[in-house]
Design a protein around this ligand. Structure first.
Ligand code: SAH
Ligand code: SF4
Ligand code: F3S
Length: 493
């Protein structure tokens, strides 16, 4: 599906590995391999961990085999996501054993939400792990690595050092993480908010990421200017609950996300596109909806998870809104920005979900119309209220409901993409494609587009006529009405 070009969930991508970047500095001797699971916040955090470790001499490698330090940045959201980490740790064990037998070493760190949720349990299940580090403690990595390295030198060192850092420190990690200094991708993430106070009954995030924290506006504006100076043209503002962001404004007082979006659009020259994710329906306030109407840089695409179309289930999930309230938000958004496209998350088979509840979810999808969406079978998570609720829905029923929801969503997504064929849309080119002479970019609605064009157009936003719809992307032809520009880029005018 088109949305999977930059998946929200790393577990869904065919090659789950993500390396924040690779450096070619030969003076650096140590190699770091980061494998990222889970959401975009983890992708952002993996890049920050690489930034923290760069001054220690670590350069990033795509291969665990040549790494001196492997960090698994993990996700705990569903059971399958959590269990993946242990199979990966199992695969890494012989590599570590071999290194130690040769008199060398391989440091293994588990970061992210499994680290936070399971803590010392990770070391009990995988004793060859050296460091378990929670998402709020990444700025402590240099010290943790130094401790692990010292422990290795001592007599009787075990296969792993088992250092666990999962406390929520008093200082916000953002104040201690270094800023990026290297060339940036065209489209980048910027974390503005972390944690969640909503406590939906199915969800581990409030426990793994802690209480809501909003970064001050000035810090965000400074980071955005730096990212743009280093080559970024599109910024996706990140938060577990991004539209609950309420940071300190530059002159005192508290700002909301709508105000921040305006400040970024007005105060960061060269920033062509702004997006934000993930939002909660309850925090879609008037100021933010107005920004969709008035800020051209704010893209007409919104990921607004609803989870279910049944009021009974929404109440049991502690979502604190009804299906009709969701409809009303969608209507207000569409009134503000008629071409806004919507995305959502759905959970099927929540405890007690009846056929009727499920039919209401299908109804909501039909009447809303989504450009893309993610859907999941409910997965009971230890310690969350829903895991103790009755009755749990049978696996076969969950499977059937997931298939039905995905079929409907796929048809809506196909219709949405087909509808762009023949239209001229602005595409921000992000990188060269796999074939020579090909470029890959995105429409304002997050659809991936392939078109022929010179590499120097990477980073430019250009009119493209959509000519075809393929399974994973749209095919386009660069067009421009400006004859001079057309000659320069060899495109049709
Ligand atoms: N606001 C967060 C939500 C993280 S969870 C964000 O930044 O994306 C992402 C999605 O995973 C949720 O919207 C929900 O649809 C799904 N999810 C969360 N807990 C789940 C569980 N226990 N079982 C199945 N799906 C779950
Ligand atoms: Fe989880 Fe709900 Fe918070 Fe989203 S709003 S992170 S689903 S608790
Ligand atoms: Fe997973 Fe943690 Fe993100 S549980 S979805 S990595 S916030």
């Amino acid at each position: 599906m088109l949305g999977s070009q930059r998946p929200r969930f790393q577990e869904d991508r065919p090659n789950g590995a993500h390396d924040p970047r690779e450096r070619g500095d030969t003076a650096l001797t140590k190699k770091l391999h980061v494998k990222t699971y889970g959401c975009q916040m983890n992708v952002y955090d993996s890049a920050r961990m690489a930034d923290v470790l760069a001054p220690l001499g670590y350069s990033v490698t795509h291969s665990a085999d040549e790494a001196d330090l492997v960090i698994l940045n993990t996700c705990h959201i569903r059971e399958k996501a959590g269990e993946k980490v242990y199979s990966e740790l199992g695969r890494l064990r012989p590599l570590k054993t071999q290194r130690q037998a040769e008199g060398g070493d391989l440091l293994l760190a588990v970061a992210g939400c499994v680290a936070q949720a399971e803590g010392a349990e990770v070391v009990r299940r995988a004793p060859h792990v050296d460091i378990v580090v929670g998402p709020q403690a990444y700025h402590q990595l240099p010290e943790l690595i130094a401790r692990a390295t010292r422990a290795a030198a001592g007599p009787g060192a075990g296969p792993g050092r088992g250092i666990v850092a999962t406390e929520f420190p008093a200082e916000p990690k953002f104040d201690f993480l270094p800023q990026a200094t290297h060339a940036q991708d065209v489209s980048v993430f910027l974390a503005i908010q972390e944690g969640c106070d909503k406590f939906c009954t199915f969800c581990v995030v409030p426990y793994t990421r802690g209480a809501e924290y909003s970064r001050p506006a000035t810090d965000i504006l400074t980071e955005a200017r730096r990212l743009v100076a280093l080559g970024a043209r599109e910024i996706t503002l990140l938060g577990q609950n991004v539209n609950a962001w309420h940071g300190d404004g530059p002159g005192g007082g508290s700002w909301g996300l709508g105000r921040l979006v305006r400040a970024l659009a007005d105060g960061v020259p060269g920033l062509a596109r702004i997006r934000y994710t993930t939002s909660h329906p309850r925090d879609m306030d008037d100021e933010l909806i107005a920004a969709h109407a008035e800020v051209p840089q704010l893209m007409p695409f919104l990921h607004l998870p609803v989870q279910s179309g049944s009021d009974r289930i929404l109440a049991r999930m502690n979502r604190r809104h009804t299906a009709a309230q969701y409809d009303a938000i969608v209507a207000r958004l569409r009134a503000a920005r008629p071409d806004v496209a919507l995305s959502s998350d759905f959970i099927v088979g929540y405890p007690g979900e009846s056929d009727r509840d499920f039919a209401e979810t299908l109804d909501l999808i039909r009447r809303t119309g989504f450009a893309q969406a993610f859907s999941f079978k409910y997965s009971p998570r230890p310690g969350t209220p829903a895991s103790a609720e009755d009755p749990q829905v049978e696996e076969g029923v969950k499977q059937d409901r997931l298939a039905a929801v995905q079929d409907l969503l796929r048809r809506q997504q196909d219709a949405f993409n087909r509808e762009t064929i023949g239209r001229r849309v602005p595409v921000l080119f992000e990188k060269p494609g796999r074939h020579p002479g090909q470029l890959v970019g995105r429409t304002p609605w997050l659809q991936s587009v392939h078109a022929e064009g010179p590499t120097r157009l990477v980073g430019s936003e250009i009119e493209v006529e959509i000519v075809d719809h393929r399974p994973n992307s749209l095919a386009g032809r660069i067009v421009t009405r400006d004859a001079e520009e057309a000659r320069a880029i060899g495109a049709a005018a």
